[in-house]
Design a binder for this molecule. Sequence first.
Ligand code: ABU
Length: 543
Amino acid sequence: MVSAGEVKVDDKGDRIMGSSNKPLAGQKGALGSPGAGEEPHADLSQIYSKDLLPTTGGERVTCIFFQELVNILIGYIFKSNERSSKILDFHHPHQLKDSLEGFSLDLPDQPEPLEQILVDCRDTLKYGVKTGHPRFFNQLSSGLDLIGLAGEWLTSTANTNMFTYEVSPVFLLMEEILLKKMQSIVGWAEEEGDGIFCPGGAISNLYSILVARYDFYPEVKTKGMSALPRLALFTSEHSHYSVRKSAAVLGMGSDSVQVVPCDESGKMIPWELESSIIEAKAKGLVPFYVNATAGTTVYGAFDPLAAIAVVCHQHQLWLHVDAAWGGGLLMSRRHRFKLQGIERASSVTWNPHKMMGAPLQCSAILLKKRGLLQECNQLCADYLFQSDKHYDMSYDTGDKTIQCGRHVDAFKLWLMWKAKGSEGFGSQVNKCLENAEYLYKQLQRRADFKLVLESKPEHSNVCFWYIPPSLRKLPPGPERNRRLHKVAPQIKAKMMEEGTTMIGYQPLGSNVNFFRCVFSNPATQQEDVDFLLEEIARLGYNL
Ligand code: ABU
């Protein structure tokens, strides 16, 4: 517990405005007190959540509390954009659980004052990871779009549920507009297209399999898998693990997923797909679904969608395109050709929370055939989806989903689209791919790094090894690989301890641990790319 007056968040750089105690301009009248010229009392050490609205007269405390909170958030945003500030202040789980520097995660029986609640908010951000920092390269989703953030805040303020038009009239119409826009960008005709925003790309992929299976075997909805033959799904060895997970969740079993080989750059080989389909049929399996990836997670590879669509057409299979990561490139005139053929897909996963920078989470499953999603999932619960409502009930889209309650993920994207226009998203994507090309060129000319793929990146993924001096003279072979495998994790551990930058690593196939740098934050500049390489070289030099 902190004492009165300790919530001076500016002493840690988290305040950026003048007095914490001033109400927002123009609000004195509304608050009723204090009187003209007086400043409100802002000692929150004896004030509790029960003093906020809806308590009668709670306007003033509510205003002060939120001003303080906004100051903390703005301070955090400023810091996230300062290159010299740390990305993280790393602590092990046991340290954080051990009431580090007075930051207690334990839940009290008695209420704590608002002063403490604000300190908790500040500390939560302090010990977290600044994913909006220009030197955060760890994840496919990064950056902090401020319009998106405003949208997320408004969404939580509205605190409504996306299942019916009666409780989400505006948000549901915005979702419809967004889905139509995205479908037209994919290249589907005006009379085609359906979809829903759902919780992440893995769930979007799950929807694609669920709906594809229903399209072929509608009886599955009532009779289950026992009414169906042994099905087979196809996806590449570099695709996302959610395809196998979905097959397991949907009762087909992960073994029903046939893994199709890729070329050296991580693209599915269409003739290998065809061979796998023929082989599966020969074993008595019934192929029905192919997942092609537009932007694989590690290499950023684009499967040859047009050629895969031909194979799917010949064998009458559902083609899904997992463009969770690569879908953003559709916004760029310069790069959208990489997804040529996507218009032939029966379904598409597209995550605006990745390349388009929408705050987490924001993922869409798009379906070409209208009505299928509703037929597949609809159960008509009478207490929500009454059939005798006085408005157009096609906007009660909740019964299209496998959830009941659904978060509003559409508004922040709608607001961002208003603020940037389609062109703005295109420029953002172009900039991220320019950064990737810059990194690629730097790596090509440096002797202390080695690219995993020699070819120019198609997406913003750039994969590479750092080779410390101790390994540079070792001949290629198992001993060098054994030692090289340990380099990236050791550098990453030091990097997290120092908190200066963050990048991911993984092994893949026969390649031992290597770094994967991804760009999705438009705040990142070439100087940050230079910094990353110098930092890796500094941390890894003596390994
Ligand atoms: N498929 C979720 C994204 C994982 C990543 O950021 O690498």
